[in-house]
Design a binder for this molecule. Structure first.
Ligand code: HEC
Length: 424
């Protein structure tokens, strides 16, 4: 993957924060989008299967309507799908540069598969002619093939992100190990259940709530839709938390943060509300419940995105510090090669100039040894930067540390430097 590393330069700390922000933003829209796509596809395929088996025309009608809706929205596949997939891919390429994570390879393959699936769905448009039944069937085949390829690419997205978010795996050479990690599989299965719930709730929402509900559908068909989607939604919502909890248990220690637990808790709370809404609808169908269900699901997606992103960014913290540290070196070398007088010194220079008089990495000088005080900042570099900019009394054994009058960028680079060096 060396050629990918050549494409990018090391990132400053600010830039890395921006990348995390982009990922977060993309996740909040991308995951619900993928989930609707997956959920509606599965509902349609299952309905088609049942319809053919029992030669039940309502199942077949429903399957056709679902797939037709997906095909009609195909421009979203490009706008929301491909564009966001590549945004995620490029963010990870930058965040993981200089590592040998398989995740990048998997994400790249997934992004290409997503394009391929979208092309298949577009092929349908050109081969579709209602005049001959054979043609018609063949064009549906393209759509189904496209949707299946997209499902595979969604799996690749999960496997890729899991690998990327788990630094312990990066040296793992075998691609198969990263591709079929327990975490990726658990996450994907959980996502399938969530998608079934999301797909059902979207169907209910668009048939019965949106714009006053669909006009001119028969009593029989509307009863059928409720009868088909509600039990699926309920089972899916009951199964999803199991996978979510297993998933949290499998998160490496470095990824566990307070934000993650809070977000997972809130997601579970709304899963609970959502299953109540579905249950309520099964007993007596009130439009209000269908709307609630839809909004609860959006909130579930929001909290899951927050939880994921928090796990990823804390798992990548050390990698980010390394990158920021390299960035500073490259940046300064560039500036000095152009003869620019450096205003921001490297972490190492600052350490020698301003800290080494009182600190060493492994022994007490005037101040404590870094190896004793830095572990507590492991997951919170911002806190360390703020201490350096504005030292306060910590340990009564020591005198207070005098303020070293650093600029924020300097405090940041010394913090990055000592966090990386104290472990060596
Ligand atoms: C004049 C001596 C002196 C200099 C110079 C100095 N420190 Fe300190 N530092 C101390 C002392 C003393 C403490 C202990 C303060 C306390 O525990 O209240 C300390 C504590 C610390 C701690 C531990 C904070 C904690 O939460 O326990 C860090 C980190 C630190 N210094 C970083 C730096 C960095 C980075 C520099 C250079 C920019 C620096 N220090 C320069 C004296 C110094």
């Amino acid at each position: 993957m060396d050629f990918l590393n050549q494409l990018v330069i090391p990132q400053s700390y600010e830039h890395i924060s921006v990348l995390h922000f982009i990922l977060n933003f993309v996740n909040v829209m991308f995951m619900p989008f993928l989930s609707l796509l997956l959920g509606i596809t599965l509902l349609a395929l299952f309905a088609e299967f049942k319809g053919k088996k029992q030669s039940h025309s309502l199942y077949l009608q429903f399957a056709t309507e679902c797939v037709e809706t997906l095909v009609a929205q195909r421009k979203f596949l490009v706008l929301l799908g491909i564009v966001q997939y590549f945004a995620v891919l490029f963010a990870y390429i930058q965040l993981l540069q200089n590592t040998y994570a398989n995740g990048i390879l998997i994400l790249s393959a997934g992004a290409l598969l997503f394009i391929l699936g979208t092309i298949f769905i577009y092929v349908h448009q050109f081969t579709r002619r209602k005049d001959s039944n054979e043609n018609f069937q063949r064009s549906w085949l393209w759509v189904k093939l496209g949707l299946l390829v997209i499902i595979v690419s969604i799996y690749a997205l999960f496997a890729g992100i899991e690998d990327a978010a788990n630094p312990a795996n990066w040296d793992e050479e075998a691609l198969a190990v990263s591709l079929f990690s327990a975490k990726a599989i658990v996450k994907f299965v959980g996502f399938i259940f969530l998608s079934l719930a999301a797909g059902s709730s979207a169907v209910l929402f668009f048939y019965f709530v949106w714009d006053g509900g669909k006009k001119n559908i028969s009593e029989e068909y509307s009863a059928f839709i409720k009868h088909y989607t509600l039990p699926i939604a309920l089972i899916a919502l009951l199964a999803f938390p199991i996978f979510l909890v297993i998933n949290v248990v499998l998160i490496p220690q470095t990824g566990l943060t307070g934000i993650l637990f809070a977000a997972v808790f809130l997601a579970l709370l709304f899963v609970f509300f959502a299953s109540h809404a579905v249950y309520g609808m099964m007993k007596e169908f009130k439009i209000k419940y269908a709307a609630n269900l839809f909004y609860f699901l959006l909130l579930i997606f929001f909290f899951l995105a927050v939880a994921d992103q928090s796990a990823v960014s804390s798992a990548l913290q050390e990698q980010s510090a390394q990158l920021a540290f390299q960035y500073e070196k490259v940046h300064n070398e560039l500036l000095s090669s152009m003869g620019v007088n450096l205003t921001v010194q490297t972490g190492e220079d600052i350490f020698t100039g301003k800290c080494s008089a009182c600190h060493a990495f492994d022994k007490v000088v005037v101040g404590p040894a870094y190896k004793d005080v830095l572990p507590k900042y492991e997951n919170d570099r911002a806190q360390l930067v703020s201490f350096i900019l504005n030292p306060h009394k910590v340990n009564p054994v020591f005198p207070p540390m005098p303020n070293q009058g650093l600029k924020p960028a300097e405090a940041d680079s010394i913090a990055a430097y000592i966090m990386v060096m104290y472990k060596k």
